[in-house]
Design a protein around this ligand. Structure first.
Ligand SMILES: *[C@@H]1O[C@H](CO)[C@@H](O)[C@H](O)[C@H]1NC(C)=O
Length: 141
């Protein structure tokens, strides 16, 4: 709190509630086919409090997606791309999910995305090191 006050007093030009924006686009595949209908989320992870869903989209018939997340605040957002999918998942219930951090240089001030993070084509048959399973996407969407 003290640090916050000092920042506000000495750097009055920095508005504490400046707009922030982040855009990510790419394609998902599953082995040799496009991965359609996968859920793509931008999530803000905070040091305190629960994660915030900034934006959500689904991959189209070509596996393509685009998500744009917006927020406000003095501190730079800590944003992850979270993917939910059933690639190579056999009949196991729920979905595979993985969270990948967006480099902070792609979090910009303002409301329009000038510099999309190009995630490229990702083959979700890959087993990512920090993969988890999620059942919530199916139940609540
Ligand atoms: C969702 O992704 C599709 C495919 O890239 C894109 O055309 C569409 O604009 C996206 N929707 C939103 C709300 O970003």
């Amino acid at each position: 709190m003290e640090i916050l006050l000092i920042l506000l007093v000495y750097f009055p030009i920095i508005s504490p509630f400046r707009d922030q924006v982040v855009g990510v686009r790419g394609k998902l595949s599953c082995n040799n086919r496009f991965l359609q209908g996968a859920t793509v989320r931008l999530i803000e992870k905070n040091y305190v409090g629960p994660d915030v869903i900034l934006a959500e989209n689904k991959t189209n018939y070509q596996g393509a997606y685009q998500v744009v997340g917006r927020g406000r605040g003095m501190l730079e957002m800590n944003v992850y791309l979270r993917l939910f999918h059933d690639c190579d998942d056999a009949i196991i219930p729920c979905q595979r999910t993985v969270s990948l951090r967006i480099p902070s240089s792609y979090i910009s001030r303002g409301t329009a995305v000038n510099n999309y993070f190009e995630a490229g084509t990702m083959n979700m048959a890959f087993r990512y090191p920090d993969e988890q399973r999620s059942c919530t996407d199916r139940i609540f969407s």
